[in-house]
Design a protein around this ligand. Structure first.
Ligand SMILES: Cc1cc2nc3c(=O)[nH]c(=O)nc-3n(C[C@H](O)[C@H](O)[C@H](O)COP(=O)(O)OP(=O)(O)OC[C@H]3O[C@@H](n4cnc5c(N)ncnc54)[C@H](O)[C@@H]3O)c2cc1C
Length: 294
């Protein structure tokens, strides 16, 4: 039985999409299609769906805003689980409970309106709360690990709370990006601030981002090795402007790869080229920050 009818039979109210296009739903604009995408509308439905996929050994992947992923060009004979309908947002004092599907822009606008500061460094990072938590997104001044108090998550059909310390946050990774544990909602702690001050701070952080390369990318491709900037290493190896087919190393920021033709294979070939040359010239093996979708 094909996937969509199987899912429809098991979850009559689940929102399903056939032939989901990765290129239309990722920042890099690459990738082929998936047989189905499913968007659960409650935490319980999400947990049940994940348990169903695991029990049936149905391949699946979790997708947020698609800002940090490289899907492959072929067909994914599986299900993309999306979180856009988990969009609850509650603010009390300096605490924010946000569903995994809340976008960074919505989170920051609501926090500003409610006078909750301390999150402005996230301004302008393309993300959902689920993806931001999974990737421990952030900038030098602030990462998710600094503000996450607890995560409501689902693993093997069970829903539970994990305290921030248990989330195994590291540089651009966490328990959620390393293992198949889905973030359903996150409790964040900011601090009381005046809306005008938050607006000014957000504006400052957004202005810093004006220097980032324009075009389709995944943001930074590699994690910074201890004490060095990956971009500086790549630049020092003379790789700004290097290309593989329609994928090119940005000449503004060498850790950004831009895709001009939407071919994931070109991006993957360029990643390999960069890694090989940087290792040969510096002895440092770069670790990918981006996540691949099979
Ligand atoms: C132009 C540009 C600028 C960027 N700048 C920054 C920056 O300054 N700082 C920074 O940290 N990042 C940056 N990024 C990368 C990206 O914005 C972050 O990694 C962000 O956290 C990705 O969130 P997402 O919702 O798009 O996740 P996706 O890209 O959709 O997914 C990323 C990973 O998280 C997993 N995931 C998604 N949702 C869930 C969930 N609910 N539960 C469990 N796992 C989940 C996915 O399976 C995948 O492994 C940039 C990207 C772009 C394109």
């Amino acid at each position: 039985m094909r996937l969509i009818p199987r899912l429809q039979a098991a979850f009559p109210r689940l929102l399903l999409e056939k032939d989901f296009s990765f290129s239309r739903h990722t920042a890099i604009g690459c990738g082929g299609s998936a047989e189905a995408a499913a968007s659960p509308s409650s935490y319980i439905e999400a947990a049940r769906l994940l348990a169903f996929l695991e029990r049936g050994r149905i391949p699946y992947c979790l997708l947020g805003a698609g800002a940090n992923v490289l899907p492959s060009d072929g067909r994914f004979e599986g299900v993309v689980v999306r979180f856009s309908r988990l969009g609850q947002l509650r603010i009390a004092d300096e605490r924010i409970l946000a569903g995994a599907g809340v976008t960074g822009g919505r989170l920051l606008a609501a926090a500003q309106k409610a006078g909750v500061g301390g999150l402005s460094p996230f301004s302008g990072i393309p993300m959902t709360v689920g993806g931001g938590t999974a990737m421990n997104a952030g900038v030098r001044d602030l990462h998710f690990s600094d503000v996450v108090q607890a995560v409501l998550c689902a693993e093997k059909g069970k829903i539970g709370f994990l305290r921030g310390e248990a989330c195994r946050f590291r540089e651009k990774s966490s328990l959620f990006s390393e293992e198949k544990v889905a973030v359903l909602a996150v409790l964040l702690r900011g601090r009381r601030a005046r809306s005008e001050d938050i607006a000014r701070e957000s504006c400052y952080y957004r202005s810093l981002r004006a220097r980032l390369p324009k075009g389709r990318s995944m943001g930074c491709t590699f994690v910074n090795p201890a004490g060095v900037s990956a971009g500086a290493l790549i630049e020092a190896c003379g790789l700004k402007g290097a290309r593989a087919g329609g994928a090119v190393v940005s000449d503004r920021h060498a850790n950004f790869i831009l895709s001009e033709n939407g071919r994931a294979a070109d991006v993957a070939a360029l990643i390999e080229l960069i890694r090989t040359i940087v290792q040969k010239k510096t002895g440092i093996l770069l670790r990918e920050e981006i996540r691949r979708i099979p």
